[in-house]
Write a protein that binds this ligand. Sequence first.
Ligand code: GLC
Length: 436
Amino acid sequence: MQTINSPPAFRQKKRPPLLALFALTLAAVLFLFVLPALTQQPVVLTMLMQGQDIANWRPFVREFEQKNPDIRINLVEGPFDTNLIENLYTSAFLLGDSPYDIINMDIVWVPKFAAAGWVIDLTDKIAPKQLSKFISGNVEGGRYRGRLYRIPHASDAGMLYYRKDILEQAGIAPPATFEEMASISQNLQKQGKTTWGYLWQGKQYEGVSAMFVEVLAGFGGFWANPETFEVGLDRPEAIKAVEFLKSTISSRISPPGVTTYGEEETRLLFQSGQSLFLRNWPYVWRLANAEGSRVKDKIAIAPMLSSIGQQGGSCLGGWGWGISKTSKHPEQAWRAIQYLTSEETQRKFILETGLIPSYRSLFTDNEIAAKYPHYPQLLKVVEKPALRPPLAQYAQASDILQRYLSAAFTGRMSSEKAMKAAASETRNLLGSLRNS
Ligand code: GLC
């Protein structure tokens, strides 16, 4: 009989079993909906930061990830010195396809990174009203030719730390001028109250330029004018500034080692109780007042010094985030930046770390000021800045200054010869810009 003799395939075709239909539908559902959902990986954003910053930011980055499960942030730990980090970024950008999505920028890199087209223009992403809540110097430091490339997450300003216990005991008021600071130091060194008077950063790196703009401003001088390209490094005020720093070494107010010290070396020496005064950034406050520090509860801060009759100022530093032009995930990177730079996150971050806000209101916030009583004073320091010139070629200009300052500090050149050479090279650099 035909039915009995028909091949099995023919029989199946005639009556597709329900089970097969069900299996087929299930497979389709799995393939189209369930599998993609299961295998969809979160977007990974890569962010390079200095080691000490990563430790501070990690909990807030994790908090962001918990609230945004579609995004992961891969934190890459870099070295301490700002120019070493800048070199890492620069070589990554020059190679073409930067592995970094979120760029943690020092205030002095913005013109260079923006001019090179390495970072995205963020101007239209943030309302002017929101921007006006930040310290204006920090916002301006994020602009290049009127466009915004960086949202500030931390302010920084050079300041004077001093041993209030020693000064109080000696009945001496904190100094306002370099000259007073030098004579107080020598006086108390002679009495055996302190080993060293003043610690500053004299190593050949970006920190020496930052330190020097303050002394330069303190003697009424200037480095370079970013608009007129005028250079002031060989003017008498600039030479006096170098001479003053050299004199701290020759009169043993400062240890000879300052010519090789960066921020950390000077902090550690101050923290071990060996100096009366220190020039450094605000990050020192929390570490110097931590358990185990010899100067815990014995220190105070003051705005940066100036010479008699001069105004002076603190070098404005600070960090902020931008987005790499080559990032494949700019939208997600912006979400992360918005979260991490919100006032609410920053408030928690500051309470946790004792670092310096970029929002003005946080300096006088009740809870913050109760925990860090020096913050309202700090606001004055941050709002009276001495700027490093915002040039696209800032890295080269700073490199010139660093080399000649180092030559002068270590006695390889006289202050005058060194500053004349620094000025002439800087003029060549800026001249070639003017002609380009
Ligand atoms: C701090 C400042 C930065 C400066 C650097 C120099 O990190 O925030 O602006 O360039 O010190 O060492």
